[in-house]
Design a protein around this ligand. Structure first.
Ligand code: 13P
Length: 265
């Protein structure tokens, strides 16, 4: 199954009007390619980014979404609001939200469901901590996080979603999962979804996130089950981000050539 490569920038809580403007200008200079590029910016800058990205091939995303519909929920941002500002994606269940803001498996599932209801594509993040990996529980933890979402949205909902495997120990630490470690977890994730629906599993975009840089992107993106990256720190540095997108474009071309050759082309 030939899936398109995706590169998603997660700016986290960074930026100001002037810096965003420069970064958006640089991203707009990206050559057209098969890679789907998305920028997830802080809520207050959605309007700025939407205006700059209008008419371009780069799509816009949010970093979180409320589990509720509009109403008396001070401080929350509804999916319908994100949609109105041109968002295509919403990250849900990022480990920073799970760690610092009380996002439980259940709440993440509710946010994924609410995103889909609002017409957004949730990018559902899963990933184990270092302790969980050292205890040999990495797969069990990721499967649990995935099951909570699958139970809520089913295979049909998963068909309209994206996943991101982000090992917590690799986020912002400079320590990346090796391509082998990442590929093994991505394969497990896809196999887990396959138990519900083989076609949805085959088409599912599963991103890797955690210290992706221009120096390691190519080896990660070359893995069969890694469909691109969710990029934190490096998405704030235009040169690095552009090189990561280029690595995804090259990996996509190589995968296509391989598929063509193995089909006897
Ligand atoms: P870093 O790329 O800074 O490690 O962050 C990864 C991440 O959390 C993306 O969502």
């Amino acid at each position: 199954m030939q899936r398109r490569k995706h590169v998603v920038g997660n700016w986290k809580m960074n930026g100001d009007l002037a810096a965003n403007d420069a970064l958006l200008s640089a991203c707009l200079g990206l050559p057209r390619s098969e890679v789907a590029v998305d920028l997830c910016v802080p809520f207050p800058y959605l309007a700025q980014a939407a205006a700059r990205l209008a008419g371009s091939a780069i799509s816009l995303g949010a970093q979180d979404v409320s589990e509720f519909e509009c109403g008396a929920y001070t401080g929350e941002v509804a999916g319908s609001m994100l949609k109105e500002f041109g968002c295509r994606h919403a990250i849900v269940g990022h480990s920073e939200r799970r760690t610092w803001f009380g996002d439980t498996d259940d709440r993440v599932a509710a946010k994924a469901a609410r995103s889909i209801a609002a017409g957004l594509i949730p990018i559902v993040c899963v990933g184990e901590t270092l302790l969980e990996r050292e205890q040999g529980r990495a797969e069990e933890v990721v499967a649990r996080q995935l099951d909570a979402v699958l139970e809520r949205i089913g295979a049909a909902g998963m068909a309209g979603s994206m996943l991101a495997y982000e090992p917590v120990w690799a986020i912002g630490t400079g320590r990346t999962a090796s391509p082998e470690e990442a590929q093994a977890m991505h394969a497990m994730i896809r196999a887990h979804v396959r138990e519900h629906d083989a076609r949805v599993a085959a088409e599912l975009v599963v991103l890797y996130g955690g210290s992706v840089k221009s120096s390691n992107a190519a080896s990660l993106f070359a893995c069969d089950d890694i469909d691109g990256g969710l990029i934190g720190g490096a998405s704030l540095m235009a040169d690095d981000f552009l090189r990561i997108v280029d690595a995804a474009a090259r990996a996509g071309i190589e995968a296509k050539a391989e598929a063509f050759a193995s089909a006897g082309g």
